[in-house]
Write a protein that binds this ligand. Structure first.
Ligand SMILES: [Zn+2]
Length: 308
Protein backbone atom coordinates (compact mmCIF):
# COMPACT_ATOMS: atom_id res chain seq x y z
CA UNK A 1 0.00 0.00 0.00
CA UNK A 2 1.13 3.52 -0.59
CA UNK A 3 0.70 6.41 1.73
CA UNK A 4 2.24 9.77 2.29
CA UNK A 5 4.84 10.11 5.00
CA UNK A 6 6.50 13.46 5.41
CA UNK A 7 5.68 14.44 1.87
CA UNK A 8 7.02 11.43 0.00
CA UNK A 9 5.38 8.20 -0.98
CA UNK A 10 6.32 4.96 0.65
CA UNK A 11 5.05 1.47 0.04
CA UNK A 12 4.16 -1.03 2.72
CA UNK A 13 4.92 -4.55 1.54
CA UNK A 14 1.90 -6.81 1.14
CA UNK A 15 1.79 -10.19 2.86
CA UNK A 16 3.41 -12.20 0.11
CA UNK A 17 6.63 -10.22 0.63
CA UNK A 18 6.74 -11.14 4.32
CA UNK A 19 6.09 -14.82 3.53
CA UNK A 20 8.91 -14.72 0.98
CA UNK A 21 11.24 -13.28 3.59
CA UNK A 22 10.25 -16.01 6.05
CA UNK A 23 10.85 -18.73 3.46
CA UNK A 24 14.16 -17.22 2.49
CA UNK A 25 15.33 -16.93 6.12
CA UNK A 26 14.39 -20.57 6.71
CA UNK A 27 16.13 -21.72 3.53
CA UNK A 28 19.35 -19.81 4.14
CA UNK A 29 19.77 -20.04 7.91
CA UNK A 30 17.44 -22.81 9.12
CA UNK A 31 19.25 -25.36 11.29
CA UNK A 32 22.46 -23.29 11.38
CA UNK A 33 24.21 -21.62 14.29
CA UNK A 34 24.23 -17.94 13.43
CA UNK A 35 25.72 -14.76 14.77
CA UNK A 36 23.16 -12.18 15.85
CA UNK A 37 23.89 -8.56 16.66
CA UNK A 38 22.56 -5.03 16.39
CA UNK A 39 25.10 -2.75 14.67
CA UNK A 40 22.86 0.24 15.40
CA UNK A 41 22.61 -0.79 19.05
CA UNK A 42 18.87 -0.61 19.72
CA UNK A 43 18.48 -4.42 19.82
CA UNK A 44 21.87 -5.26 21.37
CA UNK A 45 20.67 -6.73 24.65
CA UNK A 46 18.19 -9.07 22.99
CA UNK A 47 20.61 -9.96 20.19
CA UNK A 48 23.33 -10.98 22.64
CA UNK A 49 21.02 -13.68 24.08
CA UNK A 50 20.58 -15.16 20.59
CA UNK A 51 24.14 -14.78 19.33
CA UNK A 52 25.57 -18.18 18.43
CA UNK A 53 22.24 -20.00 18.77
CA UNK A 54 20.69 -22.17 16.10
CA UNK A 55 18.08 -20.44 13.94
CA UNK A 56 15.19 -22.92 13.78
CA UNK A 57 13.17 -21.25 11.05
CA UNK A 58 10.88 -18.35 10.26
CA UNK A 59 7.19 -17.90 9.54
CA UNK A 60 4.78 -15.14 8.67
CA UNK A 61 1.20 -14.23 9.47
CA UNK A 62 -0.16 -11.23 7.64
CA UNK A 63 2.55 -8.61 7.85
CA UNK A 64 4.18 -10.09 10.97
CA UNK A 65 7.41 -12.03 10.71
CA UNK A 66 8.67 -14.43 13.37
CA UNK A 67 12.14 -15.97 13.59
CA UNK A 68 12.69 -18.84 16.04
CA UNK A 69 15.94 -19.69 17.82
CA UNK A 70 16.92 -22.75 19.82
CA UNK A 71 17.10 -20.94 23.17
CA UNK A 72 14.79 -20.80 26.22
CA UNK A 73 11.92 -18.32 25.94
CA UNK A 74 11.86 -15.63 24.73
CA UNK A 75 12.97 -17.65 21.71
CA UNK A 76 11.40 -15.60 18.90
CA UNK A 77 12.18 -12.34 17.16
CA UNK A 78 8.98 -10.57 16.13
CA UNK A 79 9.36 -8.12 13.25
CA UNK A 80 6.85 -5.78 11.64
CA UNK A 81 8.37 -3.73 8.85
CA UNK A 82 5.73 -1.00 8.96
CA UNK A 83 5.95 1.69 6.33
CA UNK A 84 9.69 2.13 5.94
CA UNK A 85 11.24 -1.03 7.36
CA UNK A 86 13.37 -3.20 5.13
CA UNK A 87 14.87 -6.66 5.49
CA UNK A 88 17.58 -7.57 3.03
CA UNK A 89 19.19 -10.98 2.72
CA UNK A 90 22.44 -10.71 0.83
CA UNK A 91 26.10 -11.63 0.66
CA UNK A 92 28.02 -10.44 3.66
CA UNK A 93 29.49 -6.96 3.27
CA UNK A 94 30.59 -4.04 5.47
CA UNK A 95 27.69 -2.48 7.38
CA UNK A 96 25.96 0.40 5.67
CA UNK A 97 23.20 2.45 7.28
CA UNK A 98 21.32 1.94 10.51
CA UNK A 99 21.02 -1.82 10.97
CA UNK A 100 18.74 -2.79 13.87
CA UNK A 101 19.32 -6.51 13.49
CA UNK A 102 21.94 -8.53 11.68
CA UNK A 103 21.87 -12.32 11.37
CA UNK A 104 24.85 -13.92 9.69
CA UNK A 105 26.20 -17.39 8.94
CA UNK A 106 29.55 -15.95 7.90
CA UNK A 107 28.65 -15.82 4.22
CA UNK A 108 25.10 -14.50 3.95
CA UNK A 109 23.49 -11.97 6.22
CA UNK A 110 20.00 -10.71 6.94
CA UNK A 111 19.94 -6.97 7.60
CA UNK A 112 16.94 -5.27 9.17
CA UNK A 113 16.57 -1.50 9.09
CA UNK A 114 13.79 0.90 10.05
CA UNK A 115 11.25 -1.63 11.35
CA UNK A 116 8.07 -0.62 13.11
CA UNK A 117 8.80 -3.43 15.57
CA UNK A 118 11.73 -5.66 16.29
CA UNK A 119 11.34 -7.34 19.62
CA UNK A 120 12.10 -10.51 21.46
CA UNK A 121 8.98 -12.52 22.35
CA UNK A 122 7.98 -15.77 24.00
CA UNK A 123 6.14 -18.61 22.30
CA UNK A 124 2.97 -17.56 24.14
CA UNK A 125 3.33 -14.00 22.86
CA UNK A 126 3.90 -15.26 19.32
CA UNK A 127 0.80 -17.46 19.63
CA UNK A 128 -1.21 -14.42 20.77
CA UNK A 129 -0.23 -12.44 17.69
CA UNK A 130 -1.18 -15.32 15.41
CA UNK A 131 -4.51 -15.98 17.09
CA UNK A 132 -5.46 -12.30 17.13
CA UNK A 133 -4.54 -11.86 13.49
CA UNK A 134 -7.22 -12.32 10.87
CA UNK A 135 -7.02 -15.32 8.52
CA UNK A 136 -4.05 -15.12 6.16
CA UNK A 137 -4.71 -16.44 2.64
CA UNK A 138 -1.10 -17.61 2.47
CA UNK A 139 -1.38 -19.86 5.54
CA UNK A 140 -2.71 -23.40 5.41
CA UNK A 141 -4.44 -22.92 8.77
CA UNK A 142 -6.46 -19.90 7.61
CA UNK A 143 -10.22 -19.95 8.25
CA UNK A 144 -12.03 -17.55 5.88
CA UNK A 145 -15.18 -17.76 8.02
CA UNK A 146 -13.44 -15.68 10.67
CA UNK A 147 -13.03 -12.90 8.11
CA UNK A 148 -16.59 -13.25 6.87
CA UNK A 149 -17.98 -12.94 10.40
CA UNK A 150 -16.59 -9.40 10.50
CA UNK A 151 -17.50 -8.55 6.90
CA UNK A 152 -21.13 -9.51 7.27
CA UNK A 153 -21.60 -7.47 10.45
CA UNK A 154 -20.14 -4.27 8.98
CA UNK A 155 -21.63 -1.30 7.16
CA UNK A 156 -18.18 -0.30 5.93
CA UNK A 157 -17.40 -0.82 2.27
CA UNK A 158 -15.91 -4.08 1.10
CA UNK A 159 -12.96 -2.05 -0.23
CA UNK A 160 -12.24 -0.73 3.27
CA UNK A 161 -12.88 -4.09 4.93
CA UNK A 162 -10.38 -5.90 2.71
CA UNK A 163 -7.65 -3.68 4.18
CA UNK A 164 -8.59 -4.72 7.73
CA UNK A 165 -5.91 -7.17 8.89
CA UNK A 166 -8.48 -8.87 11.14
CA UNK A 167 -10.46 -9.85 8.02
CA UNK A 168 -7.77 -10.87 5.54
CA UNK A 169 -4.25 -10.64 6.97
CA UNK A 170 -1.55 -9.64 4.52
CA UNK A 171 -3.90 -8.06 1.98
CA UNK A 172 -2.84 -4.53 1.08
CA UNK A 173 -3.84 -1.87 -1.39
CA UNK A 174 -2.84 -3.77 -4.53
CA UNK A 175 -4.50 -7.11 -3.78
CA UNK A 176 -7.73 -5.52 -2.54
CA UNK A 177 -8.14 -3.34 -5.64
CA UNK A 178 -7.30 -6.16 -8.01
CA UNK A 179 -9.45 -8.87 -6.43
CA UNK A 180 -12.49 -6.56 -6.54
CA UNK A 181 -11.85 -5.77 -10.19
CA UNK A 182 -11.33 -9.42 -11.14
CA UNK A 183 -14.84 -10.19 -9.91
CA UNK A 184 -16.45 -6.97 -11.16
CA UNK A 185 -17.40 -6.04 -7.62
CA UNK A 186 -18.43 -2.51 -6.75
CA UNK A 187 -15.91 -1.29 -4.14
CA UNK A 188 -18.55 0.73 -2.26
CA UNK A 189 -20.71 -2.32 -1.50
CA UNK A 190 -21.28 -2.50 2.27
CA UNK A 191 -19.86 -5.59 3.92
CA UNK A 192 -23.29 -6.67 5.18
CA UNK A 193 -24.47 -6.93 1.55
CA UNK A 194 -21.66 -9.33 0.62
CA UNK A 195 -23.04 -12.87 0.65
CA UNK A 196 -21.09 -15.88 1.91
CA UNK A 197 -20.55 -17.29 -1.56
CA UNK A 198 -19.16 -13.99 -2.86
CA UNK A 199 -16.81 -13.88 0.11
CA UNK A 200 -15.62 -17.42 -0.71
CA UNK A 201 -14.94 -16.39 -4.29
CA UNK A 202 -12.99 -13.34 -3.10
CA UNK A 203 -11.08 -15.51 -0.63
CA UNK A 204 -10.23 -18.25 -3.11
CA UNK A 205 -8.96 -15.67 -5.55
CA UNK A 206 -6.85 -13.97 -2.88
CA UNK A 207 -5.28 -17.34 -2.11
CA UNK A 208 -4.45 -17.76 -5.78
CA UNK A 209 -3.07 -14.31 -6.59
CA UNK A 210 -1.15 -14.06 -3.31
CA UNK A 211 0.41 -17.49 -3.87
CA UNK A 212 1.44 -16.36 -7.31
CA UNK A 213 2.99 -13.26 -5.75
CA UNK A 214 4.76 -15.42 -3.18
CA UNK A 215 6.27 -17.58 -5.92
CA UNK A 216 7.29 -14.85 -8.34
CA UNK A 217 7.95 -11.89 -6.07
CA UNK A 218 5.69 -9.64 -8.10
CA UNK A 219 1.96 -9.05 -8.26
CA UNK A 220 0.34 -10.18 -11.52
CA UNK A 221 -3.43 -10.20 -11.60
CA UNK A 222 -4.20 -9.87 -15.30
CA UNK A 223 -5.76 -12.81 -17.12
CA UNK A 224 -3.98 -14.20 -20.16
CA UNK A 225 -6.25 -12.40 -22.64
CA UNK A 226 -5.35 -9.04 -21.12
CA UNK A 227 -1.59 -9.49 -21.03
CA UNK A 228 0.50 -7.01 -23.06
CA UNK A 229 1.30 -9.56 -25.77
CA UNK A 230 -2.37 -10.55 -26.14
CA UNK A 231 -3.51 -6.93 -26.37
CA UNK A 232 -0.55 -5.60 -28.34
CA UNK A 233 0.21 -3.00 -25.70
CA UNK A 234 3.36 -2.00 -23.89
CA UNK A 235 4.16 -3.84 -20.68
CA UNK A 236 3.56 -1.98 -17.45
CA UNK A 237 6.46 0.12 -16.26
CA UNK A 238 6.15 0.63 -12.55
CA UNK A 239 8.48 0.02 -9.64
CA UNK A 240 5.86 -2.32 -8.18
CA UNK A 241 6.20 -4.62 -11.18
CA UNK A 242 3.55 -6.93 -12.47
CA UNK A 243 0.55 -6.58 -14.76
CA UNK A 244 -2.50 -5.26 -12.94
CA UNK A 245 -5.96 -4.03 -13.95
CA UNK A 246 -6.52 -0.91 -11.87
CA UNK A 247 -3.91 -0.37 -9.15
CA UNK A 248 -2.14 2.95 -9.83
CA UNK A 249 -3.81 3.13 -13.25
CA UNK A 250 -6.09 6.13 -12.52
CA UNK A 251 -6.75 8.14 -15.67
CA UNK A 252 -5.68 5.27 -17.94
CA UNK A 253 -7.95 3.08 -20.05
CA UNK A 254 -9.46 0.00 -18.44
CA UNK A 255 -7.83 -3.07 -20.01
CA UNK A 256 -11.26 -4.71 -20.33
CA UNK A 257 -13.76 -2.00 -21.34
CA UNK A 258 -11.67 1.05 -22.24
CA UNK A 259 -13.31 3.33 -19.68
CA UNK A 260 -11.13 5.57 -17.58
CA UNK A 261 -9.89 3.94 -14.37
CA UNK A 262 -10.75 6.06 -11.38
CA UNK A 263 -9.23 6.60 -7.97
CA UNK A 264 -10.44 8.11 -4.73
CA UNK A 265 -9.14 8.31 -1.20
CA UNK A 266 -10.88 5.83 1.06
CA UNK A 267 -9.92 5.81 4.74
CA UNK A 268 -6.62 7.43 3.93
CA UNK A 269 -5.66 5.11 1.08
CA UNK A 270 -5.99 5.45 -2.65
CA UNK A 271 -8.60 3.10 -4.04
CA UNK A 272 -8.63 2.28 -7.76
CA UNK A 273 -11.52 0.88 -9.79
CA UNK A 274 -13.31 0.85 -13.14
CA UNK A 275 -16.78 2.37 -12.74
CA UNK A 276 -18.12 0.53 -15.80
CA UNK A 277 -16.75 -2.94 -15.07
CA UNK A 278 -17.31 -2.93 -11.32
CA UNK A 279 -21.05 -2.76 -10.72
CA UNK A 280 -21.80 -6.09 -9.05
CA UNK A 281 -22.58 -6.89 -5.45
CA UNK A 282 -22.28 -10.60 -6.06
CA UNK A 283 -19.42 -12.45 -7.65
CA UNK A 284 -20.34 -14.71 -10.54
CA UNK A 285 -19.11 -18.21 -11.22
CA UNK A 286 -18.08 -21.16 -9.10
CA UNK A 287 -16.10 -20.22 -6.04
CA UNK A 288 -13.27 -22.43 -7.18
CA UNK A 289 -13.38 -21.12 -10.74
CA UNK A 290 -11.27 -18.03 -10.35
CA UNK A 291 -9.23 -17.34 -13.42
CA UNK A 292 -5.78 -18.76 -13.30
CA UNK A 293 -2.84 -16.51 -12.73
CA UNK A 294 0.07 -17.43 -14.89
CA UNK A 295 3.38 -17.44 -13.12
CA UNK A 296 5.48 -15.44 -15.54
CA UNK A 297 8.71 -16.23 -13.74
CA UNK A 298 9.98 -19.47 -12.27
CA UNK A 299 9.51 -19.97 -8.56
CA UNK A 300 12.68 -18.70 -7.00
CA UNK A 301 13.74 -16.36 -4.29
CA UNK A 302 15.89 -13.40 -5.08
CA UNK A 303 18.57 -12.62 -2.53
CA UNK A 304 17.32 -9.10 -1.98
CA UNK A 305 14.96 -6.47 -3.27
CA UNK A 306 11.76 -8.36 -2.58
CA UNK A 307 9.86 -5.22 -1.60
CA UNK A 308 6.82 -4.70 -3.75
ZN1 LIG B 1 -13.62 -1.48 -17.26
Amino acid sequence: MTTSLGGYSVVMPEGHVIHRLAARLSAVFGGDAVSVDSPQGLFSVEASRLDGATLMGAEAVGKHLFIEFDVPDPRWIHIHLGLIGRLRIEHQSPVRGQIRLRISDGETEALLSGPQWCRSVTTAQRDDVISSSGPDPLREDADPDRGFDRVTRSGKTIAALLMDQRIAAGVGNIFRAEVLFRHRLRPSTPGREIDRRTWQIIWDDLVQIMRSGFLTGRIDTVRDEHLPEAQGRAARRDRHGGEVYVYRRAGQECLVCGSTVRSAVLEGRNMYWCPRCQRRKRAVGPSTGAATVTATQPARFTPSGVHS
